[in-house]
Design a protein around this ligand. Structure first.
Ligand code: NAP
Length: 276
């Protein structure tokens, strides 16, 4: 049997643990397949997507900075990808159409929203810090749950304005006002890359907040960012991005193979061992 090829496109990619995740599941499910890092320049997007059309590659994930850039090369943008204009999973469907879908929304729902009670969600104030590629997926997942009291803050203000065009109900807070406005928030979400291992971190610290504040961090390497640690030490409910990573990967795996791989302690341990 020929080995099927899968991979992730983006740049830079060295931080990505998607090969560890997907190859673990291929092995577990006895599938002859290999998933690799495909670090490419923007001008190579068309060629790599053509390899899915010719069935040389069976499916790809997309990460920064190409989640929007791939759209012109696709035949269909469906489901959550259509609502967010953010693509992270591509495959060829049974009609030979190149399809772009989004599994980040599902990842965020399964790892966060579904773990909270309605009382933690309804009529609560959400602050999303960051307006990059992942932010529309978080906003759309919250909107589906009828959560509309969402503020967003981003270093580059114009990028928050672009997101507001898609989701007019959100309020933009200037980057300088995060600390001042934090006191009004019930949930704070870090959707930036600040706090990632070997990267830059927040220069601010949030000292004043509501007693029951919930903090979510999209980052999973490290498992506890400085910001997450500071809230955890104050006995607040915190979430890191590991489960979101696992669930978005699980749905991608399903879209490609029509098998739902199992998320258990074994795969979590495997990922944690591979955090560099
Ligand atoms: P992105 O499109 O590159 O956006 C990066 C975001 O971080 C932007 O809001 C950017 O602000 C901000 N940022 C970067 N450096 C900054 C700095 N020095 N000061 C202030 N803000 C800064 O990335 P993305 O796709 O949105 O991903 C964001 C993070 O989420 C990444 O760490 C990614 O690994 C993680 N992620 C995790 C999962 C998961 O499954 N857990 C899924 C998707 C993404 P500007 O707009 O001002 O540049």
């Amino acid at each position: 049997m020929i080995e099927k090829k899968f991979g992730i496109i983006g740049k830079p990619l060295s931080h990505s643990l998607s090969p560890v995740l997907q190859n673990f599941w291929f092995k577990k499910n006895n599938l002859k397949a290999n998933y690799s890092l495909m670090e490419i320049e923007k001008k190579q997007i068309k060629d790599i997507l053509n390899k899915i059309r010719t069935k040389e590659i069976s499916g790809i994930n997309v990460t920064i900075p190409y989640k929007q850039e791939v759209i012109p090369y696709l035949d269909l943008v469906i489901n959550d990808a259509k609502e967010t204009s953010s693509i992270n999973t591509i495959y060829l469907n049974s009609n030979n159409k190149l399809v772009g879908d989004n599994t980040d929304v599902y990842g965020f729902e399964k790892s966060f929203i579904n773990n909270l009670n309605n009382k933690d969600l309804i009529n609560k104030n959400f602050l999303i810090i960051g307006a990059g590629g992942v932010a529309p997926s978080l906003i759309y997942a919250l909107w589906k749950k009828k959560i509309k009291k969402i503020s967003i803050s981003n270093r580059t203000y114009q990028k928050a304005e672009v997101i507001k065009k898609k989701f007019p109900f959100i309020e933009i807070i200037s980057w300088e006002d995060i600390v001042g406005k934090s006191e009004e928030m019930d949930v704070i979400i870090n959707a930036t890359s600040l706090g990632m291992k070997n990267g830059l971190d927040f220069e601010i610290t949030i000292e004043r907040f509501k007693p029951g504040l919930i903090y979510y961090d999209v980052i999973y390497n490290p498992l506890s960012t400085k910001m997450l640690k500071s809230f955890k030490e104050k006995n607040l409910k915190t979430f890191n991005g590991l489960d979101m990573f696992l669930y978005q990967g699980q749905k991608s795996f399903f879209l490609w193979n029509k098998i739902t791989p199992i998320i258990d302690e074994e795969i979590k341990t495997e990922i944690i061992l591979n955090l560099k």
